[in-house]
Design a protein around this ligand. Structure first.
Ligand SMILES: Nc1nc2c(ncn2[C@@H]2O[C@H](COP(=O)(O)OP(=O)(O)OP(=O)(O)O)[C@@H](O)[C@H]2O)c(=O)[nH]1
Ligand SMILES: [Mg+2]
Length: 321
């Protein structure tokens, strides 16, 4: 199969070919680059929603409920879990439910032609995880999925920047985890468009909500985004959920849709996406430069000079500084 076949079949929504293209992208196969180049103009329709939060806060459970909710609303949904504790594949059957990355999922969703689940690991392969996730998202977008939900574990260090792939960023918190630990963690207030207090059946949810709402009200940046000073602003939302019981899911789905409407209406979506394309291009270029330098470096390893001198020589050679 050539690139053109891949592109045509992805655009037609061929799930098997989509899965194959995703694997190519994950493995950094050269054909992936050509496929991505050619599908790019077919992307941009989907709303990409990033869902991040500490391990165990209930992200997968929320995702599976959101999939059900968006399906009810007639949307097709692609799901990507980055470095999940338990991957989607090989889920154990539990009656009519399936174990999905820690959450129970109705089996109907697995056989639903308009739902696509995919897990990806973040280790052991070449290339940055943010770029790879971006590639997978683009493939799902080109395949026509209306909503793309990306679950990433965020513990304040090392997680992929969901901002690099998501139009809408959801931060999932839960009571009893130490409010200040969760909220003060580097940049969490800035990155979230919507904050979910999941496990609101547990004690302390009201306190966390009060505290979070108060802290957000102090945060003057309030998602002003880049743009003119009088641009419409997004008021960050705090939504309480009990994902296991499906409580608060409708409100969350509404907020997600409202955020997308806001992004489009205010022109923020265009700005955000242009910024992301730039970041992505930079990453692609860096990756290639890195590969090139590594190649040249391996020819120089036997050189007896100190590493600083060798590095300088490589740089002079490559960027001609
Ligand atoms: N009490 C309560 N438990 C919940 C709720 N939502 C999820 N859980 C449970 O919390 C545990 C973790 O849920 P997951 O959905 O796997 O959490 P996660 O954030 O995806 O976890 P990682 O992917 O490992 O970071 C599971 O046992 C869920 O059943 C909730 O609203 N209330
Ligand atoms: Mg999970």
């Amino acid at each position: 199969m050539n690139v053109q076949d891949f592109v045509e079949r992805i655009k037609r929504g061929d799930r098997r070919i989509l899965a194959k293209a995703i694997s190519f992208a994950e493995n950094g196969h050269p054909i992936a680059k050509e496929i991505l180049r050619q599908i790019y103009d077919k992307t941009g329709k989907a709303q990409v929603v990033g869902i991040t939060g500490f391990p165990g806060t209930g992200k997968s459970t929320l995702v599976s409920k959101l999939v059900e909710e968006f399906r009810k609303r007639g949307k097709s949904v692609g799901v990507v879990a980055v470095d999940p504790s338990s991957p989607f594949t090989g889920g154990a059957l539990l009656g009519d439910r399936l174990r999905l990355n820690g959450a129970d999922v109705d089996k109907n969703l697995w056989t639903d032609e308009r739902v696509f689940f995919r897990s990806m690991g973040s280790r052991g392969r070449l290339g940055g995880i943010a770029k790879k996730t971006g590639d997978v998202v683009k493939l799902l977008d080109a395949a026509g999925y209306d909503m793309i939900l990306v679950e990433t574990v965020g513990a304040g260090q090392g997680e992929i920047g969901i901002l690099e792939v998501a139009d809408t960023a959801i931060v999932v918190l839960m009571p009893e985890m130490g409010d200040d630990i969760q909220v003060n963690k580097a940049g969490i207030l800035e990155i979230g468009d919507i904050f979910v207090i999941n496990k609101s059946d547990l004690e302390g949810a009201e306190n966390l909500e009060r505290w979070l709402s108060f802290t957000l009200s102090l945060d003057s940046s309030d998602s002003a985004e880049k743009g003119s000073a009088n641009a419409e602003r997004w008021r960050k939302r705090v939504i309480k959920t009990v994902a296991t019981r499906g409580e608060g899911i409708k409100e969350l789905a509404d907020a997600i849709t409202e955020h997308f409407e806001f992004l489009k209406r205010s022109g923020t979506l265009e700005i955000k996406r242009a910024e992301r394309t730039k970041m992505m291009a930079l990453e692609i270029a860096m990756e290639e430069i890195r590969a090139e330098i590594t190649k040249r470096c391996s020819n120089l390893l036997l050189d007896s000079k100190d590493p600083y001198t060798i590095a300088e020589r490589i740089l002079k050679d490559i960027i001609k500084i």
